[in-house]
Design a binder for this molecule. Structure first.
Ligand SMILES: *[C@@H]1O[C@H](CO)[C@@H](O)[C@H](O)[C@H]1NC(C)=O
Ligand SMILES: *[C@@H]1O[C@H](CO)[C@@H](O)[C@H](O)[C@H]1NC(C)=O
Ligand SMILES: *[C@@H]1O[C@H](CO)[C@@H](O)[C@H](O)[C@H]1NC(C)=O
Ligand SMILES: *[C@@H]1O[C@H](CO)[C@@H](O)[C@H](O)[C@H]1NC(C)=O
Ligand SMILES: *[C@@H]1O[C@H](CO)[C@@H](O)[C@H](O)[C@H]1NC(C)=O
Length: 942
């Protein structure tokens, strides 16, 4: 041991002695009390000097704790009154601790030095305490993505320094408080320094008070979407000259749009969609900076496309679906230089659609479905997606344009390319864009505002990750690189995507780094080009790296033997580490479903679209008291009943039996998910019942049985080659929709021929999304992790337990083979994939497979070789080598084109037998009488 080393140790030793007593004892007691009530506090929270020994997440000034940042630490427990003793606290961020539950203690009002309070993505519930109005210094308040309920306390109006108010995504109800109406004489109108009101995704009701807005405000964001607001938009809104983003979409607002909105010349995003607004379309000529305009689904007076639209030079996104537009679309609309997306579907637009040569080079989508357009001329080489289905131009014999069948294409599975040559990362590490294997800190960025809609334009993401990177670096955070992927815009016009943040220097982040990244993102003291504010919800980060901390301490202790303080410290660490059990799993223990159950106000849940809540009594009646005769299917989950609703609609009711009921939260999530799915090739959810201990899902009834039954020879329909191709196409489309357009994307997990149903026109529909999750009850007697059906299950998923959309592609490949062979995936111990491979090998002529083809099929099947090739590509061993469902759809379309070209030269006798049967759509109901195949509910136990 050299003298220098001893000096160094000495210095450390002295420092430790000096700081040992440096933390104010009130703060020490408060932190220890919080620690005793929380699980997963940082392992270095030991000893009696949080300031001196630098507890993770704690910063001090003059022996007082001034900042507590424990974002993304996986804390569990509640926020107790002990917090009130930290009276010098200025900055408190406990975001992304989904295990933090219970109410906010009213003593939080004692923290009167607090400037910043961030509790995003925890599981707090109950009311926001009135005492929050005592936090006179507060500048930044973000309580998003919790389960806070009750009204917005009017006392918030006392926060005269508040700049940022974000209460997005809670269950707040009541009216918007304004000073002239509240008993305390306080309200949001008093917040003249506020720049941001983010109150979307709540259950606020009543009208928007006209007193809320006035010309002294400095508001740039007025965001009130997805509430239950009624009445009209107050014209006082037009006085707030600073406004840049206005979002009132998904409420029940009515009346005309005030004409003075045209005064708001800084507005870049205006969302008024999905209300009952009426009167004339507003004149927005003044909004020179308008990027996004969404007025869809309102009751405006019918009008032609307003001329001022074509003068909005900054417009990127125009959404006016279902707004009673008529007449011809002006040609110069498409030449707006920034234009990316035009959605004017479900109007009465007519005449000839003309896209002249000077159309915007950024234009990627024109959706004009369901109008009266009768002609189309376009400049050569126009490359945007054009959708014209359900227009006169797509009816009749000449309707051959691809625009008649085109569907919105996916743009949401963008993953940036890296230039790394053949690097594979072991032990769950991920490859960064800089070709390093590491454990990234991962989460989703939720953008409340953004100026574009072309998700395929990569420059947005590189500019975003560049800006975030420079924010990290200028805050000295150890970040190596960022990967941004999977962008999507949901139906409420929120943009989200996944971000992976890679550590520099080491292969993983420590607690301080994760917490600092989390708080930088959620406090966002920076601005981003083209992107407005956002919030960040993380995926739990696994800190294997507690070792690095304790090993450092170990060296220190080893060197300073005899230092009583340090030995105690060391013992403390050891003791703590011993007691630190494996990380508790994140789980929102409390019941976010409560408001549904107690209020019985299910229809009001903003996330729920299209699906109805049925009273138990109604479903009981419509199934004749769940009469056994009405059972059309059963499985481990329960039974499926056929029933007729009062409206006459025939439905299939899936009723969970005792033992397969899922948690309220899962059930709620499931319904929210299923209710967003609307596609003609997916069985539609009509509603659900959550009453009297029952959980039922009500689906549209699909009369013609499963694909499997129809292939098994029981079918009364002759399934010729074209018919089978079209069933393959239908189901592929349904699945592609789930993968690529549903939001969030959904992986089916249990694609099989019994989960594909045929309707009265033999259109195939994919059934039972979420099924695997449904049967995934805790007590499940089936396999614990991997879900699916033997024979269809992706072997890669089975081995890695990592589910991707490519697992569905595998199962779909098996279904494709089943369609031409009419064999079960496993027969006589042999798997269909192997059999087809063997048959292909044996015949040497790759696609002469006749020995295993369904004998009911013709012998000359045009496109069979391509079809088998496609099926075999779907069942490739490695998911990454399989096509996406979108690619499968396109390939089947090509095969159908081939087959129909060929068909036209022959006479078609087979299809007439099918034609004959559609006039008797329910004629084959007997197929169902003993069927256990309809919506089969659990994994086949073989
Ligand atoms: C508002 O929410 C609270 C708490 O969930 C509930 O008790 C109350 O009845 C609700 N009020 C209304 C009018 O919906
Ligand atoms: C706002 O608009 C109204 C009418 O639309 C007009 O009379 C008024 O002068 C405008 N105010 C400002 C500040 O531009
Ligand atoms: C819209 O408002 C502008 C002035 O703000 C006016 O010049 C123009 O004529 C108006 N357009 C229509 C169609 O009313
Ligand atoms: C288009 O619709 C308008 C208004 O409904 C009507 O006046 C006009 O004649 C129609 N034009 C064509 C070409 O159908
Ligand atoms: C990969 O290489 C291309 C061409 O050299 C380059 O433009 C791109 O930026 C590189 N990507 C990354 C992530 O380094």
């Amino acid at each position: 041991m050299g003298p220098r080393f001893q000096v160094c140790l000495f210095v450390i030793f002295i420092q430790i002695l000096v700081v040992a007593a440096s933390t104010n004892s009130i703060d020490v007691d408060a932190l220890n009390a919080l620690k005793s009530k929380w699980k997963n506090t940082p392992p270095n929270w030991v000893g009696s000097d949080p300031c001196g020994s630098s507890w993770d997440g704690i910063s001090c000034n003059n022996s007082r704790v001034t900042s507590m940042v424990l974002a993304g630490m996986d804390l569990t427990g509640s926020l107790s009154n002990d917090i009130l003793s930290l009276s010098e606290l200025q900055y408190l961020d406990l975001s992304n601790n989904k295990g933090l539950t219970g109410t906010l203690p009213s003593s939080i009002g004692n923290l009167n030095q607090l400037t910043t309070l961030i509790l995003i993505g925890c599981s707090f519930s109950g009311p926001i305490p009135d005492s929050i109005g005592s936090l006179q210094q507060l500048v930044f308040l973000a309580l998003n993505a919790n389960s806070f309920s009750g009204p917005i306390p009017p006392s918030i109006g006392n926060l005269s320094n508040l700049s940022w108010l974000d209460l997005t995504d809670n269950q707040l109800n009541g009216t918007i408080p304004v000073s002239s109406r509240s008993t305390t004489g306080t309200g949001l109108d008093m917040l003249v320094k506020a720049r941001h009101f983010h109150l979307g995704m709540n259950q606020l009701f009543g009208s928007i008070p006209s007193q809320l807005f006035h010309s002294n405000m400095n508001l740039i964001h007025a965001i009130f979407d997805n509430n239950k607001l009624t009445g009209s938009i107050p014209d006082t809104l037009g006085y707030v000259q600073t406004l840049e983003v206005i979002r009132f979409n998904w409420n029940s607002l009515n009346g005309p749009v005030p004409s003075n909105l045209n005064n708001l010349t800084s507005v870049s995003e205006l969302y008024l969609a999905n209300n009952n607004l009426n009167g004339p379309l507003p004149n927005l000529t003044g909004m020179n900076f308008l990027n996004s305009l969404d007025m869809s689904n309102n009751s405006f007076n019918s009008s032609t496309v307003p001329p001022w639209l074509t003068s909005l030079e900054a417009l990127t996104t125009l959404m006016m679906e279902h707004t009673q537009l008529q007449g011809i679309i002006p040609v110069n609309l498409f030449s707006l230089p920034q234009l990316q997306t035009v959605v004017l579907s479900n109007n009465e637009l007519n005449g000839t659609l003309t896209i002249a040569a000077n159309y915007s080079s950024q234009l990627t989508l024109i959706d004009l479905q369901n109008n009266s357009i009768s002609g189309y001329t376009a400049a050569t080489g126009s490359s945007m997606d054009l959708l014209l289905a359900d227009n006169p131009i797509c009816q009749g014999a000449g309707a051959t344009g691809s625009y008649c069948t085109a569907q919105k294409t996916n743009s949401s599975n963008f993953t940036p390319l890296n230039n790394c040559t053949s690097v594979t990362c072991g032990s769950n590490k991920v490859l960064s864009l800089n070709c390093k294997c590491a454990y990234p800190y991962t989460g989703t960025l939720h953008f409340i505002s953004f100026s574009f809609s072309n998700l395929k334009n990569l420059s947005y993401y590189s500019s975003l990750s560049g800006s975030l990177m420079s924010a990290f670096l200028s805050n000295q955070l150890p970040v190596d690189s960022i990967t941004v992927s999977d962008p999507s815009i949901d139906i409420y016009s929120y943009l989200q995507f996944r971000v992976q943040i890679f550590p520099s220097g080491q292969d993983q982040f420590n607690r301080t780094a994760v917490s600092s990244i989390g708080t930088l993102l959620n406090r966002q003291p920076f601005q981003l080009n083209n992107f407005g504010p956002f919030f960040f919800i993380d995926e739990s980060y696994s800190f294997a790296g507690t070792t690095s901390k304790s090993s450092k301490t170990g060296i220190l202790v080893g060197a300073v033997i005899g230092s009583f303080v340090l030995v105690l410290l060391f013992l403390g660490v050891g003791f703590y580490a011993f007691h630190q059990k494996k990380r508790a799993k994140r789980a929102a223990e409390q019941n976010p479903f409560a408001s549904w159950v107690t209020n019985n106000d299910i229809d009001g849940i903003p996330q729920l679209k299209g699906a109805r809540s049925f009273p138990f009594e109604e479903l009981k009646k419509c199934t004749d008291y769940f009469l056994e005769d009405n059972v059309i299917g059963s499985g481990g989950y329960g039974k499926v009943y056929k029933g007729t609703l009062a409206s006459g609609q025939i439905v299939a009711i899936k009723r969970a039996q005792q033992g397969s009921l899922q948690g309220a939260l899962e059930f709620k999530t499931e319904i929210e998910l299923l209710s967003r799915i609307h596609h003609k090739n997916v069985v539609n959810l009509v509603g659900f019942c959550y009453e009297q201990g029952e959980q039922m899902l009500v689906y549209e009834y699909v009369p013609n049985g499963t694909l499997k039954e129809n292939l098994s020879g029981k079918s009364r329909f002759q399934l010729d080659w074209t018919r089978r191709l079209s069933m393959a196409l239908d189901s592929a489309r349904g699945l592609a929709y789930m993968h690529e357009l549903a939001n969030p994307p959904i992986i089916h997990r249990d694609i099989k021929s019994t989960n594909i149903l045929l309707d009265d026109r033999l259109t195939a529909k994919v059934a039972d999304f979420g099924l695997s999750k449904l049967s995934d009850s805790e007590k499940g007697y089936v396999t614990t992790q991997v879900k699916g059906t033997l024979g269809y299950m992706d072997p890669e998923y089975y081995m890695t337990q990592q589910l991707t959309d490519k697992s569905d592609v595998y199962s779909f490949g098996v279904v494709l083979l089943e369609l031409v062979t009419a064999r079960a995936p496993i027969e006589r111990g042999k798997h269909i994939v192997r059999e087809v491979k063997e048959a292909m090998d044996k015949s040497k002529d790759p696609y002469k497979l006749h020995e295993i083809l369904d004998p009911a099929l013709d012998t000359t099947l045009t496109g069979l070789d391509k079809y088998v090739e496609l099926a075999m590509s779907c069942v490739r061993d490695s998911g990454t080598e399989r096509p996406t469902m979108g690619e499968v759809v396109r390939e089947i379309e090509n095969i159908i084109k081939l087959a129909s070209l060929n068909q036209n030269t022959k006479s078609t006798t087979t299809s007439s037998s099918y034609e004959g049967s559609i006039h008797n759509p329910y004629g084959s109901e007997d197929l169902f009488d003993h069927s256990a195949g309809f919506l089969p509910l659990d994994i086949e136990r073989q």
